[in-house]
Ligand binder design. Structure first.
Ligand code: FE
Ligand code: FE
Length: 194
């Protein structure tokens, strides 16, 4: 499917705000990909489709993963939350309705809501672009996070994940195990002076 065809379909299935957010994530992700030597085409497709299931009901999200191998990786706490579920549901929908077969692109969509233990550069780009795209409502540290996205991908990821973890804590929810693993992986990576 061409980019134009994807845009056409997204426009029909997303709210105008979500569609605008999607374009902002694409712009940011492609720019980051170029700077980091990551495939810009993959960044574009993953960004365009990262929220393709966001405007579905939780029931519809379940239906998307039902006959998909992705279902095996989705635990109970994720199934109960639309905020988390639209990642795996989006990956399943991207495969089913947008013809995406690239495992790297599907992985980035799948894990954009939680992060995971082993994140590729593309995964990190999508996770971060989602948080810092130009239309994003401001939050404490956004300017700093944007700057880190330009200079240090892993430092930006640590900051982004920590900020998500705090947000989850404020809402008295449990941090998803995949987010804990993502944080641990990045903390291990951090050198003794980092
Ligand atoms: Fe999302
Ligand atoms: Fe998003």
């Amino acid at each position: 499917m061409t980019r134009e065809e994807m845009l056409h379909r997204l426009k029909k299935t997303l709210t105008p705000q979500r569609y605008a957010h999607t374009l902002g994530v694409e712009e940011t992700a492609v720019r980051m990909a170029r700077a980091l030597g990551v495939d810009e085409e993959k960044a574009s497709v993953a960004a365009l489709l990262h929220d393709c299931a966001k405007c579905c009901s939780l029931q519809e999200m379940h239906a998307y993963i039902q006959n998909d191998s992705i279902a095996q990786t989705v635990d109970m706490s994720m199934r109960a939350s639309g905020a988390l579920m639209h990642g795996p549901a989006g990956a399943a929908r991207a495969r089913k309705e947008y013809g995406v077969e690239d495992p790297e692109v599907l992985h980035a969509i799948r894990y954009h809501t939680t992060g995971c233990a082993e994140m590729s550069k593309l995964d990190k780009i999508i996770y971060l672009a989602d948080m810092v795209e130009p239309g994003r409502r401001s939050f404490p540290g956004l300017a700093q996070l944007r700057a880190l996205c330009e200079t240090d991908l892993d430092a930006a990821m640590r900051m982004a994940l920590q900020s998500s973890a705090e947000h989850v804590k404020e809402n008295r929810q449990a941090l998803h195990p995949d987010t804990q693993k993502a944080l641990q992986a990045l903390t291990r990576q951090e050198g003794p002076n980092g």
